[in-house]
Design a protein around this ligand. Structure first.
Ligand code: MLT
Ligand code: ZN
Length: 453
């Protein structure tokens, strides 16, 4: 089969040397990975189709991979699969300024698309810290969320078309960018968020949003998660330009400052229980609107301090406290990473329960919480979990499901949470999902072990 793959993509693009394949075989947190039979790097959709046809005929499992920034083990091999790297599918078509859409290859990074469309006065509705490495195919496969969900929704809301290759090598395509197209099942939507288990995304047509050049960012120190939520509710009601509302806590700020050498946001002697980072964006300076909204925050609302930035570098300095969390945590060790969301009505109580649960199950572990406030989405990062990782996962996910939450808000189920799928999906749901999987991938070659344990 390796010979066949060499004939399809050229010998230079079938990698088997362990020194060369190593970076494709482990996720960047260092938590997940295994050996690959080979890493195959096709150049276009036809080559992807031919590779899948060959693997399908040989009954050989395939793990599709984009920028390898996933956090749930869904994009790295487990036991001898072929890694199908989509990075060479990096073509970008000119921006369709009339439709406000663009078609790009699955292997293009989010940052590259942003740069491409911003030059024409547009923007992508999705953004997050891993933008320089994460690829559009990966964003689509995981229905990535990020920092602008409040305004523009998850990746699914930005996708108007998909070209994808099914397990047997057949190509499905819906690339005309029709916002209205109700002809039968919406296969494109089904592929979004399917984590490489139903099809391999090769090209994507994205709906674009206007480029909002005027931005103002505010970092607010607050008493508690309850205060953070009350503040968000107030600002959301007053601000027509609100785009982001992120939350993080004292321990995370300490870690980020230690890792990056940055000063504490409001001075070393002023660490606060919780922090809310908000950003407003518009065509005209949104500062006045933000200032007016902040001026009407009630005195007893629990806001302790604030910093506001308009200029690019000053805004980036505020964002750094939020966006460096992942990297700072990783520097401290290999974390157990969970990604949960609960309804905002129970969010504050849940945060306290979560801390108590982790302390009870693993008293020596170090917990870091941060995330996307408006969606009730907390990234639960646990360092020094030791042999308690499994027990912690069980406890945190069970608590989350019990509060009406999701055990995977935006990172996907991957292999990390496959065992716990039934916590959030009933037997009929799982049966329907399994039927779809069997129908599209009868040989089970696409990303086995992901989503379904
Ligand atoms: C984030 O919001 O920064 C990402 O989801 C990454 C992470 O959770 O580590
Ligand atoms: Zn996130």
């Amino acid at each position: 089969m390796i010979e066949q793959l060499r004939a399809i993509v050229g010998p230079a693009h079938v990698l088997t040397d362990p020194d060369v394949t190593a970076s494709y075989e482990r996720d960047w947190t260092g938590r997940f990975g295994g050996r690959a039979a080979a890493v195959v790097r096709p150049a276009n959709t036809d080559e992807v189709a031919a590779v899948l046809r060959a693997c399908h005929e040989a009954g050989h499992a395939v793990v599709p991979q984009g920028g390898n920034t996933g956090l749930v083990g869904g994009g790295v091999p487990r036991q001898g699969e072929v890694v199908l790297s989509l990075r060479r599918l990096d073509a970008m078509e000119p921006v369709d300024t009339v439709a406000a859409q663009v078609t790009v290859g699955a292997g293009v990074t989010l940052a590259a698309v942003q740069q491409h469309v911003r030059a024409r006065g547009f923007d992508v509705g999705v953004d997050f810290a891993a933008r320089d490495s994460a690829t559009i195919g990966g964003l689509v496969a995981t229905n990535a969320g990020g920092e602008r969900v409040l305004r523009y929704g998850m990746t699914r809301a930005s996708v108007v078309g998909i070209e994808a290759v099914l397990a047997d090598g057949s190509v499905v395509s819906r690339m005309h960018g029709l916002p209205k197209d109700n002809v039968g099942y919406d296969l494109a939507s089904l592929v979004v968020g399917s984590e490489g288990t139903l099809a391999v995304v090769t090209r994507v047509r994205l709906r674009l949003v206007p480029l909002l050049t005027e931005r103002v960012t505010a970092l607010l120190a607050v008493d508690s998660t309850a205060a953070a939520l009350a503040l968000l509710a107030h600002l959301r009601a007053c601000l027509s330009t609100l785009e982001c509302a992120e939350v993080f806590y004292a321990a995370g700020v300490d870690l980020v400052c230690a890792a990056t050498g940055r000063p504490h946001p409001f001075g070393t002697n002023h660490t606060h229980p919780a922090y809310v980072l908000i950003e407003c964006a518009a065509r005209h300076d949104p500062s006045d609107e933000l200032m007016a909204a902040l001026a009407t925050v009630p005195d007893q609302a629990g806001v302790r301090d604030s910093a506001i930035a308009v200029a690019g570098p000053a805004r980036e300095a505020l964002w750094a406290y939020r966006e460096h969390h992942t990297e700072a945590i990783n520097r401290a060790g290999v974390p157990l990473k969970l990604d949960v969301a609960v309804p905002l009505a129970v969010f504050a109580a849940f945060e306290a329960e979560l801390r108590a649960t982790v302390a009870e199950v693993a008293p020596d572990a170090e917990l870091h919480l941060f995330g996307h406030l408006n969606e009730g989405n907390l990234h639960v990062n646990i360092l020094a979990a030791g042999d308690r990782a499994e027990a912690l996962t069980e406890a945190v996910l069970t608590l989350t499901a019990g509060r009406g939450g999701s055990i995977s808000a935006e990172h996907g189920v991957g292999v990390a949470k496959a065992r716990w799928l039934p916590l959030c999906r009933g037997a009929a749901d799982v049966a329907a999902m399994t039927s779809v999987k069997r129908a599209l991938d009868p040989g089970g070659i696409l990303n086995p072990g992901v989503l379904f344990a």
